[in-house]
Ligand binder design. Structure first.
Ligand SMILES: Cc1cc2nc3c(=O)[nH]c(=O)nc-3n(C[C@H](O)[C@H](O)[C@H](O)COP(=O)(O)O)c2cc1C
Length: 334
């Protein structure tokens, strides 16, 4: 998914899912799969979660040695499995302890990477509206060397309900001295990026769920920021090509068998931007192998669907990232 978004254009940096520090160090297969990165996936941030009881510094060293250019600490996950005792949003409930953990992490990462790898944090506004800790916590994190904070404009108790509060993200922007604050929550259209930056004064925007339906959103939003005009949607055929590319990437990542199952879920998200394509979605949902998925998608490609300008495959946004790649898939890096 990260490579697909990067190839679509406009992505500055992408982070892994949250990774359990103990599971990383034990080499748990599922966690290693989530942590996998390669030369096409740079710069890559790895997100860790845990509490001061967990071996987060050791996991951070592991992440640096396995391709992380940034380490992020999750302070926002609301899911019981994480936030009840293992970290995530739990870190918003005991800020003093969280600060000690962050300080220790900054020191370890700094030492191990000779100052090359920054520590960032991702948080919500607070556990609940009575405890809006984000502004103070972000400022304190800055004072111990955290380089950037991303704020999802919801409280933990909200999970994903209600609307993200973009104005409240502005309070975090106002509280810190000079580190960038990245705004996050409910960005699903290019103009939302501009609106969120305007409402909060944040320095950048993180996009989550919006990318599942429209991986080209980053490219459209960046164009809007730079030129005042969003790029048009990709043509229908280009969307189909993107699904084919995604299938290829998933296959290489988790193997053919699981790729079919993964695509069943993803076609529903992609399908939302496709118009009336029930038979196509049905064909993908009932396919038992990747060739059948490919055939179904190819069957829907039509010259007359090349209506919108093609989205060029830009690979990386070299200008933003100062990064060039040789186009080689680095097999088995981790
Ligand atoms: C299924 C799912 C998984 C998520 N996993 C993570 C995660 O691993 N780490 C994280 O910081 N946030 C995670 N989030 C939260 C998103 O990063 C983001 O903060 C939230 O969805 C709001 O932004 P959005 O409206 O752009 O999706 C997840 C959200 C969803 C829906």
């Amino acid at each position: 998914m990260r490579i697909l978004c990067r190839e679509s254009g406009g992505v500055g940096i992408a982070y892994t899912d949250l990774l359990n520090s103990r599971a990383i160090l034990k080499g748990a297969p599922r966690t290693l799969e989530l942590a996998a990165t390669n030369g096409l996936d740079q710069p890559c941030g790895m997100q860790l979660y845990g509490t001061s009881e967990d071996p987060l510094p050791e996991a951070a060293i592991w992440a640096i040695e396995h391709g992380a250019r940034v380490i992020d600490i999750n302070m926002g996950c609301p899911v019981d499995k994480v936030a009840k005792k293992h970290g995530g949003s739990l870190l918003l409930r005991d800020c003093a302890n969280t600060m000690r953990l962050a300080e220790k992490l900054v020191k370890t990462i700094d030492r191990h990477s000779a100052g090359r790898v920054p520590l960032t944090a991702k948080m919500r506004l607070g556990w609940d509206p009575e405890h809006r800790v984000a502004p103070r916590l972000a400022r304190d994190l800055e004072s111990v060397g955290v380089a950037l904070v991303t704020v999802h404009g919801r409280y933990t108790v909200q999970f994903f309900s209600g609307k993200a509060n973009w104005d409240a993200i502005g309070e975090v922007v106002a509280a810190v001295r000079s580190i960038p604050i990245i705004g996050n929550g409910d960005v699903t259209e290019p103009q939302h990026v501009v609106e969120l930056m305007k409402a909060s004064g944040c320095h950048g925007v993180m996009i989550g769920r919006g990318a599942l339906r429209t991986p080209w959103l980053f490219k459209q939003a960046l164009a809007l920021l730079k030129t005042g005009e969003a790029l048009p949607e990709p043509s229908f055929n280009d969307k189909l090509r993107l699904v084919l590319r995604h299938l290829e990437l998933i296959e290489r990542h988790i193997g053919t068998e699981r790729a079919v199952g993964e695509m069943r879920q993803r076609i529903a998200w992609y399908g939302k931007t496709f118009g009336h394509v029930k038979p196509l979605k049905e064909a993908v949902r009932t396919a038992t192998d990747t060739q059948t998925v490919r055939d179904a998608i190819h069957e829907w490609m039509r010259p007359e669907y090349e209506l919108c300008p093609r989205v060029e495959r830009t690979g990386y946004n070299a200008e933003l990232q100062g990064f060039k790649h040789d186009g080689v898939w680095a097999e088995g890096q981790c």
